[in-house]
Design a protein around this ligand. Structure first.
Ligand code: GCO
Length: 471
C-alpha cells in the first residue's frame, strides 16, 4: 500500500531503573538480567498490530473480495481468500501474543463480516470477535480495536462509500455494535487506519478499491465524509463508555501514516519545496483537522479548501503514528512522474523506491516526527500504532526494531508522552497490492500449513517487553 506515496509524486513516567528478576522467576531471562541502559516509562504498552483482511481470510462481503481477483490488481495474482486463516486459528494467534509478552494487541474487526448486508448484523461474526476479546482478556492482553482498516462492506461501497450522505450514521451504528456487543471494556480504539493512504489510494491513484483517478479537489468530499464518520464514532464511543454504571475511561484516535520527507539534495530549493509541501499535505492536513475542527488544504495551484466539520474539533485522545521509512523528495523524479500521462504506470525507479522490501531504515525520521507531533499536539498522548520492516530473512529487523525503540526512548526522555509501541506485524500476512511477497512478521508463516515460527526478532521483542526497556 506504500505505493500510495505516488500520490505525492503525481501531485506534483518514571523509569524502571532496575530490572527485577523476581517477577520473571522461571523465565530464562531472570538469570541474565542486565541493568537497563534504556528503560521505558512504567505502564508503557508493548504491542503488535494486524488488520482483519490481511490475516483472517474469507472476507467475502468486502469491497476487496472481488477486486483482488481481477488479474493485475495484486502482485502474482495473490488474494486474501485464506491469508493466515486467523479466523480459524484464534488460539495460535493468542499463543504467539503470549510468547511476545505484549500488553496490548492492535487488530481490526471487519465491518463487512459484522454487517454483511445493510442493517443486518451477523450474530456469528459478533460471537467470534467476542470470544476473541475474551481470550485476550484471559491472557491479560488489552485490545486496541481498529474499526476500519482499508476494507469496506460491499453494500456501503455501492451506496457511495464515505461520500454517501448516510455514511457517518452507518459507521456510528456499526461502531456501537462493536462496542456494545463485542468489546464493552476495551479502552483503546482506532476509528480509521491511515485515512490518507486509504483515500488517495482509492480516489487519486486508483490502485485500490474503488479504483478511481480523480483530481485532488474531487477527493475532498470523500475526506469530509470520512471525517464526519470518524467524529460520530468518536462521540458514540465516549458516550457509551461514560454512561455505564461503572464509567470507563477510554482513548480514541486515528492511526496516521506519517512519512519523514527530506530533500534528496540538501541544498536544492525545489527538492526542499516538495519536502515541505508533502509534509504539510500528507502528514498534517488531516490530523490537524481534528485539532481545529476544519479541513484546511492549501496546495499551490492544485487545491484550496477550508471546511468546518461539526463534532470534529478535539475528536482524539491520542495521536496514532504508523511510521516505516523516510522519503527523499527528488524534484527531478517528481516532475518526471508529474508529466507522465495518467495511464502510464510509474517509472521503474519510482516503483523500486516504493516497494516495501526497499524501504530504508531511518529511525531519526521517527524521532523528528515524534517531536513535531508533540509540538503540534501539545500534551496529547502518542501511540506508535505501526512500525516494522519487510525482511524475510530477519537480517535487518533486529537492528530496525532496536534503533526505532531507542529513537522513541530518546524523545520520551525529552518529555514526549509516548504511551506505547505496536510492531507491524505479529505474523507475515497479505500485504495488500504487494500480495504475500513482503514479510513483515515477527513470526514467519508457512502458508501451506499455517504453522508459525518465531523469527529471532520475536525473541528480541519479547525480551524488551519483559524488561520494559532495552539493555
Ligand atoms: C498500511 C497498513 C498495514 C500494512 C503495513 C505494511 O500501512 O498499509 O496499516 O496494513 O500492511 O503498513 O505496509
Amino acid at each position: 500500500m506504500r505505493n500510495s506515496v505516488f500520490a505525492l509524486f503525481s501531485l506534483f513516567g518514571l523509569p524502571v531503573l532496575v530490572f527485577s528478576g523476581m517477577s520473571f522467576m522461571g523465565h530464562p531471562l531472570a538469570f541474565a538480567a542486565p541493568a537497563l541502559t534504556h528503560p521505558f516509562p512504567l505502564n508503557f504498552e508493548w504491542c503488535v498490530a494486524t488488520a482483519a483482511h490481511q490475516i483472517e481470510g474469507g472476507n467475502t462481503r468486502s469491497d476487496w473480495w472481488d477486486w483482488e481477483k481481477i488479474p493485475g490488481n495484486i502482485k502474482h495474482g495473490d488474494t486474501a481468500a485464506v491469508a493466515t486463516d486467523s479466523w480459524h486459528h484464534m488460539d495460535r494467534d493468542i499463543e504467539m501474543l503470549r510468547e511476545l509478552h505484549v500488553t496490548t494487541y492492535r487488530f481490526s474487526v471487519e465491518w463487512a463480516k459484522i454487517e454483511p448486508l445493510r442493517g443486518q448484523i451477523d450474530p456469528e461474526a459478533v460471537l467470534h470477535y467476542r470470544l476473541f476479546v475474551e481470550k485476550l482478556r484471559q491472557a491479560k492482553i488489552q485490545p486496541m480495536i481498529t474499526l476500519q482498516h482499508f476494507t469496506l462492506p460491499q453494500w456501503f461501497r455501492a451506496l457511495g462509500g464515505w461520500e454517501w450522505e448516510g455514511a457517518p450514521e452507518a459507521f456510528e451504528a456499526y461502531t456501537q455494535v462493536v462496542q456494545r456487543q463485542i468489546a464493552p471494556d476495551a479502552r483503546y480504539w482506532v476509528t480509521i487506519n491511515e485515512p490518507m493512504v486509504h483515500l488517495l489510494g482509492g480516489y487519486f491513484l486508483g490502485n485500490v478499491p474503488p479504483q478511481e483517478k480523480r483530481k485532488l479537489k474531487h477527493v475532498i468530499p470523500v475526506m469530509v465524509g470520512l471525517l464526519k464518520a470518524h467524529a460520530r464514532a468518536y462521540h458514540a464511543l465516549h458516550h457509551e463508555a461514560e454512561n455505564r454504571t461503572h464509567p470507563l475511561q477510554i482513548q480514541v484516535g486515528m492511526a496516521n501514516h506519517l512519512r519523514y520527507f527530506q530533500a534528496a539534495k540538501r541544498f536544492n530549493p525545489l527538492d526542499q519545496f516538495f519536502a515541505r509541501e508533502f509534509d504539510l499535505l500528507w502528514n498534517w492536513a488531516l490530523p490537524d483537522s481534528l485539532r481545529t475542527g476544519k479541513l484546511t488544504l492549501n496546495v499551490p495551484a492544485l487545491v484550496h479548501a477550508d471546511i468546518a466539520i461539526s463534532g470534529l474539533q478535539g475528536s482524539y485522545d491520542f495521536f496514532g503514528i504508523n511510521y516505516y521509512t523516510r522519503d527523499r523528495t527528488s524534484s527531478s523524479l517528481i516532475l518526471k512522474e508529474l508529466f507522465r500521462s495518467a495511464n502510464t504506470p510509474p517509472s521503474a525507479e519510482a516503483q523500486a523506491l516504493y516497494s516495501p522490501e526497499n524501504w530504508e531504515s531511518h529511525p531519526e525520521g521517527l524521532e523528528k516526527l515524534l517531536l513535531k507531533t508533540a509540538h503540534r499536539f501539545p500534551g496529547t498522548p502518542i501511540f506508535i500504532t505501526e512500525n516494522g520492516i519487510a525482511d524475510a530473512k530477519d537480517l535487518k529487523r533486529p537492528g530496525y526494531l532496536r534503533d526505532h525503540l531507542l529513537a522513541i526512548q530518546r524523545v520520551v526522555q525529552n518529555g514526549a508522552p509516548v504511551q506505547g509501541y505496536c510492531h507491524w506485524s505479529l505474523l507475515d500476512n497479505f500485504e495488500w497490492i504487494h500480495g504475500y511477497g513482503p514479510k513483515f512478521g515477527l513470526f514467519e508463516v508457512n502458508f501451506n500449513t499455517q504453522m508459525t515460527t518465531p523469527r529471532m526478532s520475536a525473541r528480541q521483542f519479547s525480551k524488551y517487553a519483559i524488561q520494559n526497556g532495552i539493555d
